[in-house]
Ligand binder design. Structure first.
Ligand SMILES: Nc1nc2c(ncn2[C@@H]2O[C@H](COP(=O)(O)OP(=O)(O)OP(=O)(O)O)[C@@H](O)[C@H]2O)c(=O)[nH]1
Length: 388
């Protein structure tokens, strides 16, 4: 009977099994984890910044291939915790390590291995089951000899700590990042709304007035009167990613065999399952971090309160209203974020709006408010409210 129900077709060529699973990149702050995620996925899904520790949320980028689906989980940098937030971030990292199918340990080629790398490597050595790939990043910044020395040093680090690297691979992600993934927007920026700098959201104070209210707001938007639906047409999905010889594709080839046999986990075309509001908040926070004092980045959190299509817009000229709060810890930090005459906040609004338009493929009116959430990093209630 068994023979009668057999459906084996011996004449078919043997096929590689489809694989699907999760990978995460770890490494000290600024090691290039987010940039690598973007380069692999081919679209901006994780924020990148020249400042360390900008990645708070676990962002998944999904690489779709005929033979596999690689889901990338981008974790915050593991670091010596000084605050409750620091401890929580480290917990997130360790939990992620235990759950993924492969860990990519990112070590920048242009910096000698330091205590920060060892700290992480020691933690990695304690995670026995998950395969680990050492990724030497930013190879474009060094000469071949320096790169060779770094590869040897990484190999030695593994031996010293009893980590068996599944692979050691040098990678440069910058050339492989598509337009819009390296910091510049993909979509053509449309004209700014006339008088937008003086525009305030409901309950807001005009920027630069140093008003007495607890919050300060600035609106920045696409001119509803003149803006064509340029952003919608020039959305990121319409551009083919530029890929060069940075070995990013090879990295994917090496990671895939380490994944379990499995059908696809996500529908084709999904690049991330991060809620849009979280990604929008990250883009605003990224813009707000540009050029501010060293201690401030850890004090900024952004929450998108509302994202709604403007009613009564013609179908070919949509406008998305986004209301977001930028939280700081102390009233004294307000001036830094807002800047003289509200100029900084306005710039943050314009820059992040362009990025959001590129991401969502639609013109956006962005309404930003700055609010003080006293010592939020140390307050469990506030942390929960801000999404941590
Ligand atoms: N030249 C060069 N720069 C790179 C490369 N990869 C990343 N960078 C830069 O290095 C900086 C840090 O990159 P990120 O991807 O934000 O680093 P990260 O590890 O995610 O940082 P955290 O979020 O702080 O943990 C950014 O300025 C990137 O543009 C690379 O391959 N080559």
């Amino acid at each position: 009977m068994g023979g009668m129900t057999s459906r084996t077709q011996p004449s078919e060529p043997a096929q590689q099994p489809h694989r699907a699973g999760f990978a995460c990149f770890v490494g000290r702050p600024n090691a290039g984890k987010s940039t690598l995620t973007n380069a692999l996925v081919g679209k901006k899904v994780a924020i990148t910044s020249t400042r360390p520790q900008t990645t708070r949320h676990t962002v998944r980028g999904i690489v779709h291939r005929p033979d596999a689906q690689l889901v990338l989980v981008d974790t915050p940098g593991l670091h010596k915790p000084r605050t409750l937030l620091g401890e929580r971030l480290n917990d997130v990292v360790r939990t992620t390590w235990a759950e993924v199918d492969v860990i990519g340990f990112c070590l920048p080629a242009d910096q000698r291995l330091g205590p920060g790398d060892r700290f992480i490597a020691k933690e990695l050595a304690g995670i026995r089951k998950t395969p680990k790939v050492a990724i030497v990043t930013k190879t474009d910044l060094v000469d071949p000899e320096t790169l060779a020395q770094q590869l040897i040093a990484v190999d030695q680090l593994g031996r010293e700590l009893g980590i068996e690297w599944a692979e050691i691979i040098p990678v440069s992600a910058v050339d492989a990042v598509p337009d819009g993934a390296s910091g510049e927007p993909v979509a053509v920026a449309t004209a700014r709304r006339t008088g937008a700098t003086a525009d305030t959201g409901p309950g807001g104070t005009p920027p630069g007035t140093g008003g007495p209210g607890p919050e300060t707001a600035v609106g920045t938007g696409t001119d509803p009167g003149t803006a064509p639906a340029a952003a919608a047409q020039a959305g990121p999905t319409t551009r083919a990613p530029r890929r060069s010889g940075g070995q990013v594709d090879l990295l994917a080839d090496l990671l895939v065999p380490l994944l379990p046999e499995s059908p696809a986990l996500y529908p084709e075309g999904d690049l991330t399952d991060e809620p849009e509001q979280v990604m929008v908040a990250e883009l605003i926070r990224e813009a707000a971090l540009e050029g501010v004092r060293d201690e401030l980045p850890h004090s900024i959190a952004v929450v998108v309160e509302e994202m709604l299509p403007r009613p009564d817009r013609p179908a070919d000229r949509p406008l998305l209203d986004i209301h977001a709060n930028v939280y700081i810890e102390r009233p004294s930090q307000k001036g830094i974020v807002i800047g003289p005459k509200g100029k900084r906040l306005k710039d943050v609004g314009v820059k992040s709006r362009r990025q959001i338009e590129a991401l969502l493929g639609t013109p956006v009116f962005l309404d930003l408010h700055v609010k003080v959430a006293k010592d939020w990093q140390r307050d469990p209630k506030q942390l929960r409210r801000l999404g941590f």
